[in-house]
Design a protein around this ligand. Structure first.
Ligand SMILES: [Zn+2]
Length: 235
């Protein structure tokens, strides 16, 4: 009798363990599906944009005005909090030229603001033109040869992919062909952008050769958690 009880107990324990393992497996399998995409979003980011985000966006366009940069409000674009276009695609003396398609190129104000602050450093090392393949695109993060279940900063209009850099003599340095040869302009541009510290992420053939062998990916950091104090009018 004692033996039967022991066997029954063992069987019950086994069933319980198997059931637990199955639940664990199920949970494990389900995890990527239920994982919210928002985890990768900027601090304070919500959709539709909260009042704080709208205020942060207004402060950004105010900064562009203060810098004397002409911009136009763009029609609402999927997941771009402060969509704008530039009538003249040039910032800090560096032209932004699209490789594949004509404009207007919708982007978030914060990308423009950070480029406006950091492109003068590229101008100083001889860069006169950036050829870009993508700004706004509703895509997931692609890194290290794979795709992550997280919206890319391109989806928010906060990132730009640069295929080549043109110098003051009109020479075009192409990331795919010239970076592996140690092209000075490309290496200097990479170093300058990194040193400038304005970008949240810079992916290049150096740190992501699988997914970024043919372009530099730059994306900006935005904190939407606090509405900024209104700009004081000039006195
Ligand atoms: Zn990119």
């Amino acid at each position: 009798m004692a033996l039967i009880t022991a066997v029954a107990t063992l069987a019950a324990a086994l069933v319980a363990t198997t059931a637990e393992a199955r639940t664990r497996r199920k949970k494990k399998q389900r995890a990527p599906v239920t994982q919210p995409r928002r985890n990768n979003m900027p601090v304070g980011w919500t959709w539709p944009p909260s009042k704080a985000m709208v205020a942060v966006g207004k402060a950004c366009t105010g900064e562009l005005d203060a810098l004397g940069i002409a911009w136009k409000a763009a029609p609402r674009e999927r997941k771009v909090a402060t969509p704008i276009t530039l009538p003249v695609m040039e910032l800090g003396g560096v032209k932004l030229v699209s490789v594949y398609r004509r404009g207007p190129h919708v982007m978030d104000c914060h990308l423009v603001l950070v480029l406006a602050r950091h492109l003068p450093a590229l101008h100083a090392i001889g860069v006169r033109e950036l050829n870009f393949s993508r700004i706004h695109a509703y895509t997931n993060v692609r890194v290290n040869g794979g795709e992550k279940r997280a919206l890319s900063r391109h989806a928010l209009g906060l990132a730009i992919d640069i295929r080549s850099f043109v110098d003051q003599d009109g020479r075009k340095a192409i990331v795919l062909d010239d970076y592996p040869l140690g092209d000075k302009l490309l290496l200097d541009a990479e170093q300058t952008l990194t040193d400038g510290g304005g970008f949240r992420t810079i992916l290049t053939p150096r740190n992501d050769p699988k997914s970024h062998d043919d372009h530099f990916h730059l994306e900006v950091r935005v904190d939407y958690s606090k509405a900024p104090a209104p700009r004081k009018p000039a006195t």
